[in-house]
Design a protein around this ligand. Structure first.
Ligand SMILES: [Zn+2]
Length: 124
Protein backbone atom coordinates (compact mmCIF):
# COMPACT_ATOMS: atom_id res chain seq x y z
CA UNK A 1 0.00 0.00 0.00
CA UNK A 2 1.29 3.43 -0.89
CA UNK A 3 1.46 6.61 1.15
CA UNK A 4 -1.70 8.07 -0.34
CA UNK A 5 -3.74 4.94 0.44
CA UNK A 6 -2.45 4.97 4.00
CA UNK A 7 -3.32 8.65 4.47
CA UNK A 8 -6.81 8.06 3.07
CA UNK A 9 -7.31 5.37 5.72
CA UNK A 10 -6.05 7.63 8.51
CA UNK A 11 -8.07 10.67 7.54
CA UNK A 12 -11.45 9.87 6.08
CA UNK A 13 -12.57 12.51 3.63
CA UNK A 14 -9.07 13.11 2.38
CA UNK A 15 -9.61 11.27 -0.92
CA UNK A 16 -6.08 11.36 -2.25
CA UNK A 17 -5.71 9.71 -5.63
CA UNK A 18 -4.24 6.24 -5.33
CA UNK A 19 -3.05 3.81 -7.92
CA UNK A 20 -4.71 0.56 -8.73
CA UNK A 21 -2.63 -2.35 -7.61
CA UNK A 22 -1.54 -4.16 -10.71
CA UNK A 23 -2.68 -7.76 -10.56
CA UNK A 24 0.33 -8.82 -12.54
CA UNK A 25 3.12 -7.50 -10.34
CA UNK A 26 1.19 -6.70 -7.14
CA UNK A 27 3.01 -3.41 -7.04
CA UNK A 28 1.24 -0.13 -6.62
CA UNK A 29 1.46 2.32 -9.44
CA UNK A 30 3.10 5.65 -8.70
CA UNK A 31 0.26 8.13 -8.78
CA UNK A 32 1.45 11.03 -6.69
CA UNK A 33 3.07 13.27 -9.26
CA UNK A 34 3.13 16.62 -7.55
CA UNK A 35 3.54 17.65 -3.93
CA UNK A 36 0.42 18.85 -2.16
CA UNK A 37 -0.12 20.21 1.33
CA UNK A 38 -3.50 19.50 2.89
CA UNK A 39 -4.82 20.80 6.20
CA UNK A 40 -6.58 17.84 7.82
CA UNK A 41 -7.41 19.56 11.09
CA UNK A 42 -6.26 22.66 12.96
CA UNK A 43 -2.57 22.13 13.57
CA UNK A 44 -2.14 19.07 11.35
CA UNK A 45 -0.94 19.30 7.80
CA UNK A 46 -0.06 16.50 5.46
CA UNK A 47 2.44 16.94 2.69
CA UNK A 48 2.04 14.28 0.04
CA UNK A 49 4.96 13.99 -2.32
CA UNK A 50 5.94 11.72 -5.20
CA UNK A 51 8.48 10.06 -2.96
CA UNK A 52 10.60 10.89 0.02
CA UNK A 53 13.74 11.11 -2.11
CA UNK A 54 12.12 13.92 -4.04
CA UNK A 55 12.22 16.22 -1.04
CA UNK A 56 15.30 18.35 -1.41
CA UNK A 57 16.19 19.41 2.11
CA UNK A 58 15.81 23.00 1.12
CA UNK A 59 18.34 25.39 2.54
CA UNK A 60 20.18 22.77 4.56
CA UNK A 61 23.91 22.60 3.94
CA UNK A 62 25.67 19.23 4.07
CA UNK A 63 27.67 20.21 7.12
CA UNK A 64 24.53 21.35 8.97
CA UNK A 65 22.31 18.32 8.39
CA UNK A 66 23.59 16.50 11.48
CA UNK A 67 22.21 19.24 13.73
CA UNK A 68 18.70 18.14 12.71
CA UNK A 69 19.42 14.73 14.24
CA UNK A 70 19.24 15.74 17.88
CA UNK A 71 20.75 12.53 19.24
CA UNK A 72 23.92 13.26 17.24
CA UNK A 73 24.47 16.57 19.00
CA UNK A 74 26.53 15.47 21.97
CA UNK A 75 28.91 13.56 19.69
CA UNK A 76 29.31 16.15 16.94
CA UNK A 77 31.61 18.36 18.97
CA UNK A 78 33.93 15.43 19.61
CA UNK A 79 34.60 14.89 15.90
CA UNK A 80 38.19 15.49 14.87
CA UNK A 81 37.22 17.97 12.15
CA UNK A 82 34.67 20.70 12.69
CA UNK A 83 33.61 20.36 9.05
CA UNK A 84 32.87 16.65 9.60
CA UNK A 85 29.87 15.35 7.63
CA UNK A 86 30.05 12.10 9.68
CA UNK A 87 30.10 9.99 6.55
CA UNK A 88 33.75 9.09 5.89
CA UNK A 89 36.01 11.33 7.95
CA UNK A 90 38.62 9.82 10.27
CA UNK A 91 38.09 10.55 13.95
CA UNK A 92 34.33 10.94 13.56
CA UNK A 93 32.64 10.68 16.96
CA UNK A 94 29.19 10.23 15.43
CA UNK A 95 30.32 7.20 13.44
CA UNK A 96 31.96 5.83 16.57
CA UNK A 97 28.72 6.35 18.55
CA UNK A 98 26.86 4.32 15.91
CA UNK A 99 29.42 1.51 16.24
CA UNK A 100 29.02 1.57 20.04
CA UNK A 101 25.25 1.55 19.84
CA UNK A 102 24.76 5.06 21.27
CA UNK A 103 23.13 6.18 18.03
CA UNK A 104 20.71 3.86 16.24
CA UNK A 105 22.12 2.47 12.99
CA UNK A 106 18.74 3.03 11.36
CA UNK A 107 18.82 6.76 12.15
CA UNK A 108 22.42 7.00 10.96
CA UNK A 109 21.53 5.30 7.67
CA UNK A 110 18.63 7.72 7.29
CA UNK A 111 21.07 10.57 7.88
CA UNK A 112 23.43 9.22 5.19
CA UNK A 113 20.57 8.83 2.70
CA UNK A 114 19.49 12.44 3.18
CA UNK A 115 23.11 13.61 3.07
CA UNK A 116 23.44 11.98 -0.35
CA UNK A 117 20.60 14.12 -1.69
CA UNK A 118 22.25 17.36 -0.66
CA UNK A 119 24.62 18.59 -3.28
CA UNK A 120 27.98 19.89 -2.36
CA UNK A 121 27.64 23.65 -2.43
CA UNK A 122 30.65 25.71 -3.17
CA UNK A 123 31.21 28.37 -0.57
CA UNK A 124 32.43 30.85 -3.17
ZN1 LIG B 1 31.77 13.33 12.51
Amino acid sequence: MGKSSLLNKMFSGLNLKTGKISGFTDRGVHTTVTSVMIKVNPGTYIIDTPGIREIAPFGIMRQDLSYYFIEFSKFIKKCKFNTCTHSHEPGCAVYEAVQNGHISAERYESYLRILETIEEVSLL
